[in-house]
Design a protein around this ligand. Sequence first.
Ligand SMILES: [Zn+2]
Ligand SMILES: [Zn+2]
Length: 305
Amino acid sequence: MTTKAPIANTVDIGKAASAAFLRLPEVPALFRKRAARFQRLALGHPLEPFLRFMGRLAEAQAEAVRALKPGGLPDAREIEAAKADGLPPLGGDGLLEGSYWRGVLTAILKSVADGDVPEETRQVIEELNKEAPAILDGRARAVLSDDVPEASRGAAVFIAASLQVRWAVAASMLPPEGFQPLEDGRRCPVCAQAPLASTIGPASEGQSTRYLHCRLCTSSWNYVRIKCAACGSTEGIAYHGIEGTDQAVRGETCDSCHGYVKILSTEKDQGLDPMADDIATTGLDLMLAEGGWERASANPFLLTT
Ligand SMILES: [Zn+2]
Ligand SMILES: [Zn+2]
């Protein structure tokens, strides 16, 4: 046993090093935690009804993961070949194939409709329940490419929630090793989508503990601590928070591209969730927009850029 120990340690260190670059999602735990975070943030919040609805949607996502058999993954050899070429193995719209994502949608619609929902939302649910697969796939492609018409935004919330489950379940099944930064780290190495927000935790062993969070597959990847997540500039970076708050969520703005990405401090609040806390801080988005800053990537549940 003793002679084997150093070998085992070496393997462990190798795994830890690759895990430090990429954190694949744990489902359904991620959606359950998110649901709880939405409900906690909703208390006394000006957007309370919407945050409570989002909490129920996250709970419905967790239930769909538990209830349905996961759909297929791309072939293992294709995944390895993509990683070796520095390509995102879950990029594009290949995961729309098969019926799994639409099964997730049906389950989510049913969960939400079982509760109290405003008439307007009930109509959207009924409409989606009647739509043909080809129409739903078209809606999904529009969400994936950030090209949702104004009139379809209510439906897009349910589509986005279902796609997130589809991609997160697939990402959770991938071997975590061998991923490479995509576009200098500005895109998700797993699915090539833009980051929703970033988190920063206490530094350990001199390493940056900043992570960008994918808005689709919900993976997180390590990123330079002070660097624009939209254009990659390291100059002219500033941080803006709302005065009178604990500033756990701030906007990281960039003079080069005039964009911003939110940065959430887990040192200040360990319960932060990139999705729930992004939606609960739309006041910060308004403040930054007034200052002339543009949000770098849309939240698929708000579809604001
Ligand atoms: Zn991703
Ligand atoms: Zn920039």
